[in-house]
Write a protein that binds this ligand. Structure first.
Ligand code: NAD
Length: 287
């Protein structure tokens, strides 16, 4: 890194708090180095109180852009000039691109999810998805899937503080895209089974399966799965979850959240540089 930074090197940031644990700086810098691109990616501890100043700094320093994570994803739009259609519909931004002082906010989580399906030869366009979740990851997936042409989305969530967000997501999808969306209570397991039975793909985009909900599953037992159903778990730590183990036993094709993580980074990389990450090389590095 010391050898490759010069007076021409452009800076890309990551604004979040806490953020020191993030694997994004290693991933992005590895990709820049591999392709010989003259950028450096650094993490900055920025919370809601310092966000406005940080974005002003991004403009003043003529940084190429930044990633944005919690707690700033749903706040940073206030300080930007433009939003992508997906960021507008999600009400969240995870990537800022600075084009000569004009700041555009994007959300690449859903783009990353859709790209990871394609990378696994899974074609969901024109098909039905059942998905659990109404938080950040789920909303980004639901909106991007609807924008990209998934025909029907059945969303399940528990009646917690995320429920109203799911109501709003369903309304946006039904009024702003050609996709048909509906919301159901995750406690209604008969309905969950019915919707999964008529779906091409089932996605868990809740925190269930990951610490502190490790060892739990949104799907009660393996009778909910059939071999043709594609089953995706968005959590990626641990890589193997109870839900995926059950789905594998039935013979389903399954995926964990690592692909979404890699491809959301690649989508941001492409927004800044015009080229995707060297994906096959990055997969080797991540393994
Ligand atoms: P969030 O806090 O915004 O949303 C949490 C979701 O989990 C909500 O829908 C909530 O209702 C649901 N939930 C919480 N407790 C539950 C329970 N006991 N039973 C059923 N549902 C419950 O979180 P998020 O940022 O959307 O992240 C969700 C998961 O996705 C996490 O495991 C996270 O690590 C993972 N994630 C993965 C990627 C990736 O790139 N693969 C990206 C973002 C998030």
């Amino acid at each position: 890194m010391a050898e490759r930074i010069t007076g021409h090197t452009e800076l890309i940031g990551l604004m979040a708090y806490p953020i020191r644990h993030s694997s994004s700086p290693a991933m992005q810098n590895e990709a820049f180095a591999k392709l010989g691109y003259d950028y450096a990616y650094l993490a900055f501890e920025v919370d809601n109180d310092t966000l406005e100043d940080a974005v002003k700094g991004l403009r003043a320093l003529k940084m190429r852009g930044s990633n944005v994570s919690m707690p700033n994803k749903t706040v940073v739009h206030k300080y930007l000039d433009e939003l992508s259609p997906a960021a507008e519909l999600c009400g969240a931004v995870n990537t800022i691109v600075n084009d000569n002082g004009h700041l555009t906010g994007h959300i690449t989580d859903g783009i990353g999810f859709m790209a990871s399906l394609k990378d696994n030869d899974i074609d969901v366009i024109g098909r039905k998805m059942t998905i659990c979740g109404a938080g950040g990851a789920a909303t980004a997936i639901e909106i991007q899937a609807a924008l990209d042409g998934v025909s029907e989305i059945s969303i399940f969530n528990i009646h917690d503080e995320f429920w109203d967000r799911a109501v709003s997501t369903v309304e946006k999808i039904n009024t702003k895209t050609n996709c048909k969306a509906a919301l159901y209570d995750l406690d209604d397991k008969d309905k969950l089974k019915e919707e999964m039975d008529s779906s091409y793909i089932f996605v868990n985009a809740t925190g269930v399966g990951m610490k502190p909900l490790e060892g739990m599953s949104v799907v009660p037992d393996k009778s909910f799965f059939r071999p043709e159903l594609i089953v995706v778990d968005v959590p990626y730590s641990p890589l193997e979850t109870k839900m995926r183990s059950m789905a594998k036993e039935v013979g389903c094709k399954t995926m964990n959240g690592l692909g979404m993580m890699l491809f959301q980074g690649s989508a941001a990389f492409e927004l800044w540089t015009g080229e995707p990450m060297p994906i096959e090389y990055m997969k080797e590095i991540l393994n």
